[in-house]
Design a protein around this ligand. Structure first.
Ligand SMILES: N[C@@H](CCC(=O)N[C@@H](CS)C(=O)NCC(=O)O)C(=O)O
Length: 215
């Protein structure tokens, strides 16, 4: 299988992270948004939704959306729970991540760290900060219930993988994690799992880097 990704995308990091936990060796085609690669006819042909990540399956078909890709890779493994209730809870937290969590955290990181020259209003920053802190407070309150993992308490699942990258990179967008000690402890648990893969392979100190190395 092959992942089409970009170097600093949190949505792509989710996929490489799970693959690494599962010991799956994904071939990697890394594109550059700055270079305009996502506008190319080749990419659009591979990615009808015009976003990364895309997973090329062994039969040559292409799968978009990080959540769908996580499900595809995790199915039949311990990262996709067996019980119906746990499966539903996992989906609920993955929808929360896409709807309430990833969007404001990613916007702040994009505008305040990665592309500082994009037009930006103070009111937008205030809204995204509020929404980001609301989402992190929800996660903190959920973990306060004695939970080790987000949707099942016995083992990590793909909801933990989905929620990890943009939480980890929140400080890049000016969102401090000091007020969320249980979230920090949960991230440390993820980072101590065998197979943990940082944003830049083998370089955990670059998880908050704005660097894009040429490829
Ligand atoms: N819901 C999608 C979001 C994917 C997404 O927004 N990807 C960004 C990179 S993190 C992208 O492709 N951006 C390109 C663009 O906006 O042109 C997922 O979870 O896969």
């Amino acid at each position: 299988m092959r992942i089409i990704d970009t170097q600093r995308s949190g949505n792509c990091w989710k996929v490489r992270l799970l693959a690494s936990f599962l010991g799956i060796n994904l071939r990697r085609t890394t594109l550059s948004i700055d270079r305009g690669d996502l506008k190319s006819a080749t990419f659009v042909a591979d990615a009808p939704m015009r976003r990364v990540p895309v997973l090329e399956l062994d039969d040559g078909s292409m799968l978009s959306e990080s959540g769908a890709i996580l499900f595809y890779l995790a199915h039949g493994t311990r990262w996709w729970p067996q019980e119906l209730n746990d499966q539903a809870q996992t989906l609920a937290w993955m929808h929360f991540e896409q709807e309430q969590h990833m969007r404001p955290l990613a916007k702040l990181r994009l505008h305040l760290a990665l592309k500082k020259d994009l037009p930006l209003l103070d009111a937008q920053v205030r809204n995204w900060l509020q929404e980001s802190n609301d989402a992190l407070a929800i996660l903190e309150a959920h973990l306060t219930t004695g939970r080790h993992w987000v949707s099942t308490n016995t083992a990590p699942s793909i909801s933990d993988v989905a929620l990890y990258p943009y939480t980890r990179m929140a400080p890049m967008g000016g969102v401090a994690l000091n007020d969320y000690p249980l979230v920090q402890a949960w991230m440390a648990r993820i980072e101590s799992l065998p197979g943990y893969e940082p944003l830049f392979p083998g370089q955990p100190d670059l998880n908050l880097s704005t660097l894009e190395t040429s490829s």
